[in-house]
Design a protein around this ligand. Sequence first.
Ligand code: SAM
Length: 409
Amino acid sequence: MSFEDYKKVIEEKYAAKDSSQMTARHKNFCLTNRSRGAKAMKILCDLEDVTSFNGERLLDIGCGHGGMTIEAAKLGMSAHGIDILSENIELAKINAQNDCNAVFLSGDFSFPGYSKHFEGETFDYIAVYDVVEHIYDIYTFLCNLRDVSTDNALIITTVPNQYGFNNIITEPHFGSPFATIIPKSFWPTLGYVSETTFHRSLGLYQALFASLEMPIEAVVCENYFSTKALQQYATPKLEKMKTIVSNIDKSKQEVVTPYLEWFFNQYQEDMEKNAVDPDYLYLKYFIDTICFYSRKTQKAETTIIKDFYQTSKTNKPFVLVESINYEQSANHLECEISVGEKLGENYTFAWYVFKVEKNSTKRIDIIWYTDSPSLSYTFKESGNYRIQFFIKQGEQLMYNFLPEDIHVP
Ligand SMILES: C[S@@+](CC[C@H](N)C(=O)[O-])C[C@H]1O[C@@H](n2cnc3c(N)ncnc32)[C@H](O)[C@@H]1O
């Protein structure tokens, strides 16, 4: 009955909001988390030619309310879900209660070195469902992902297709027309303010995954006109697509420099032509969601894509955090964020302090409008604390967490 409890919480949450089209979409996205998870597991079972699992380990990154993690656990996997928002983790736990043994934890998977939290534990399957478009530093995210993957791990990713007609007309997160294909640097001028969405082409994902030796093995195009068509189109194609090796010409990576951005577009097109089933190119405007499978191979060496990516103008966020330094002595914390770009005059900073307890995470303090990215904080009582920081300019907002919780004795 736990999914019933979960549905009640969602109904209450959305009853309090207006019923705009986007809100209705979000609510529907929440309520379908289990069925989407079941569908994903069905495709995975088909791909692996099994009907259940025997303790294989799965990590669902950006698990949201846990649908995929739960369905994986119900099919016999040792399933773990991680999400940056602790409130999502609370809801995922309600969703899973009395139903399966899925494990849920909160954390920022795009944080440099985050993989060390797993202390060498690795996973046979990694699910990244509708998450990568929310990650700016996708390179660091993928490095963490690689670190927690066993050799030969299968990685399943879905992402909204930036060229999908429906997505071009109505951006899937905030509804603004053409946002998926207009460079992000123009968004503020147009009044588009969703800072945590970064649309990228399948070609770019192929380059990024391949540069970390996790080449894409198969592309399944979802929502080709309708779900029915998906079954008719994608499933029979799976076998054929499995044989399409993402044959990326490594020499071309050499020419991808920050100064030749136009060349990169050329490269992307080439890659799509070489590495993707030609039908994909023909169909790409009719697909809402792209689902692809990649597999971890040997040790990665290429960093050129990273250099390109971090200096690219097209998808740059307004500020990039380079390092976070903090020092604790007894109940006092000093913390300083260093940012990759020189900040102008109009930035503001804020900090949230959360108290982490066994069954809940509560915000206990807000420090608004500090004038530099630093915090000096004294905790009033012992316990475990989580610190979140925000950097804001105009409508633009960037936030992140300290990499580790603070323990106050
Ligand atoms: C569109 S939701 C998808 C949720 C879930 N995978 C599903 O399909 O129902 C994206 C999720 O990614 C999470 N997320 C975003 N950035 C993250 C990060 N850096 N680390 C972990 N989770 C993240 C969000 O909190 C959100 O729950």
